[in-house]
Design a binder for this molecule. Structure first.
Ligand code: PMP
Ligand code: GLN
Length: 395
């Protein structure tokens, strides 16, 4: 029989599914895959329920309902002073994953190069490769994860069509600074390239830090496609409602991919997200502050268990160096993947190995990503289990 598509047939199952299944098998607390363990805001869910009962429930417009597109344009203005024409510059998708697919497929031709910054969210590479383009990966180094100016400059070439920028960045919780974005903008401009900006965690940024969309920098509005996700903004990851904002000349092509990927998105969910985006500033501020408190809670627990905890200024995730747990060499002494399996089975707490987000063999192998968007009691219990595990390793 002839082989199936080479990009997809060579892929394994995503690490998120693998670790969630292992967590379930061993009855572990799942701090691996990133999803909140509450049900999301009551009023947003009530708006969806009402919209289902009231209808319409048939195909909504291909670009998204006017109400949601207007809401997306309004939050662009409210939070970032971006002037966006909702009719020409906003499109609704079935999740940010679909938005990434639409944007990357719309921009890339076979033979183009696309830069990604590693550790990178796992869907970027296969989408780029399925479009026939080549991934050029630029690694960021722990513990500071600064933008490596020289390496990045060397990665850009005449073939560079675009860079994927994820800020706030999964898995490391990095929020790119304005100075880093300026460096990036200069390179994009110099090489006549585009940026696909994955900003799904835009509202999950902690005190002292500010999310700056690359699109707001001079010259960038024409070159950026900015992606958001209601899944993260309303703690409703199962809803899969995303949105893209971009210049009209690019959105026209992005709409062409969308029309043959999903065409449209459940109308009741669009109605509820349109309502949700209109919530007052307190909603957005308390979403960030409650997650910040959870980050602090888990960071403290991990430190007490003996981990070296890295900073996390946004997202659902914090990463930690597990080597200090193994000081006496009696305990665990293997790769991050083995460590994450070990704690899932023995400590009954699941995490994600950071090397899963790298393509090169010299990825860091001493870091695990923990998800902190969980109830306080769960975070406390996970910390207690990790402490007991670490104690068992060193006595
Ligand atoms: N990008 C990043 C960085 C993510 O962490 C996620 C998480 N799921 C997505 C995109 C996909 O978002 P969605 O669930 O809206 O497809
Ligand atoms: N974004 C989630 C994470 O990083 C996973 C989403 C998924 O499982 N596809 O954990």
């Amino acid at each position: 029989m002839r082989p199936a598509n080479s990009v997809y047939s060579s892929l394994g199952t995503t690490i998120f599914t693998v670790m969630s299944a292992l967590a379930a098998e061993h009855g572990a607390i799942n701090l691996g895959q990133g999803f909140p363990d509450d049900e999301g805001p009551d009023d947003v869910r009530a708006a969806a329920a009402k919209a289902i009962m009231d209808g319409p429930n048939q195909y909504p417009p291909m670009m998204g309902t006017p109400a949601l597109r207007q809401s997306v344009a309004a939050v662009n203005k409210r939070f970032y002073a971006l002037d966006v024409d909702w009719q020409q510059q906003v499109m609704v998708t079935s999740g940010a994953t679909e938005a990434l697919t639409d944007c990357l497929m719309a921009l890339l031709n076979p033979g183009d190069e696309a830069i990604i910054l590693e550790p990178a969210y796992d869907c970027y590479r296969p989408i780029i490769e399925a479009a026939g383009a080549k991934v050029v990966a630029v690694p960021l180094d722990p513990p500071h994860w600064s933008l490596p100016h020289e390496k990045l400059e060397a990665a850009f070439s005449d073939r560079t069509k675009l860079i994927v920028l994820n800020t706030p960045m999964n898995p490391i919780g990095k929020v790119f600074t304005r100075a880093e974005l300026e460096t990036l903008a200069a390179l994009i401009e110099r090489h006549d390239a585009y940026a696909v900006c994955d900003e799904v965690y835009e509202h999950l940024v902690f005190s002292g830090h500010k999310h700056v969309p690359l699109m707001t920098l001079p010259g960038m509005a024409e070159r950026c496609l900015r992606i958001g996700s209601a899944g993260k903004t309303f703690s409703l990851t199962g809803w899969k409602v995303g949105y893209v904002t971009g210049p009209a000349h690019l959105m026209e092509v992005v709409a062409k991919t969308h029309q043959f990927v999903t065409f449209t998105t459940a109308p009741a969910l669009q109605a509820a997200v349109a309502y949700g985006l209109g919530k007052n500033d307190d909603y957005f501020a308390s979403l960030a502050s409650s997650l910040e408190a959870k980050r602090d809670r888990l960071a403290k627990g991990l430190k007490e268990a003996g981990f070296d905890v890295l900073p996390a200024d946004g997202t659902y995730f914090i990463s930690a160096d597990f080597r200090p747990l193994l000081k006496n060499k009696k305990g665990f002494n293997g790769t991050d993947e083995e460590f994450c399996r070990e704690i899932t089975v023995k400590a009954k707490v699941a995490a994600i190995p950071l090397s899963a987000f790298y393509s090169s063999s010299d990825a860091p192998r001493h870091l695990a990503r923990f998800c902190f968007c969980k109830q306080d009691a769960i975070l406390n219990e996970a910390s207690a289990r990790l402490k007991a595990y670490a104690k068992g390793q060193t006595t």
